[in-house]
Design a protein around this ligand. Structure first.
Ligand code: DQA
Length: 149
């Protein structure tokens, strides 16, 4: 059975491509999904890819991943800076979690420097643009391979 990896995206990431392109670039969420599926294929992962503007939907998918997946890649978007609910869901999942941000959140407004999510993350990637998702999947693959060994 293929290893399943959930790639979850928070609010406003459905607008990628047209949303503040000087910060987030021109790639659309469909492009990001294609990048993730390519990276997943290289590692033999089945990628489950979702985006929602609603905190509860993200919590539900994390709870689903807890039963079905070997790891989670998540860009919680603005919920990064607000959501104890997403932190708690990720902690409960007991899965390796990679937190991704397209932009370098540390070079932006001060409120973006704090993440409620990072305590649940095995690694954090930011500032590589949408390629950060590929780096996250590659990194997760290395983690899963070394934990098997
Ligand atoms: C983001 C950074 C967040 O601060 C912001 O709210 C987002 C996107 C990023 O990918 O750079 O929506 O997570």
């Amino acid at each position: 059975m293929a290893t399943t990896v959930y790639v979850l995206n928070g609010p406003n990431l459905n607008l990628l491509g047209t949303r503040e392109p000087e910060i987030y670039g021109r790639a659309t969420l469909k492009d990001v999904e294609a990048l993730c599926r390519d990276a997943g294929q290289r590692h033999g992962f089945e990628i489950v890819f979702h985006q929602s503007n609603h905190e509860g939907a993200l919590v539900d998918w994390i709870q689903e991943a807890r039963r079905k997946a070997a790891g989670i890649v998540i860009n919680p978007a603005a919920y990064t800076h607000t959501s104890v609910a997403i932190l708690d869901a990720l902690l409960a999942s007991d899965l390796p979690v990679i937190e991704v941000h397209i932009s370098n959140v540390h070079a932006r407004e001060p409120f973006r420097r704090h993440s409620y999510i990072s305590p649940a993350a095995r690694a954090v990637i930011c500032g590589f643009g949408v390629n950060g998702y590929v780096l996250a999947i590659d990194g997760l693959a290395a983690m899963l391979a070394s934990s098997k060994g």
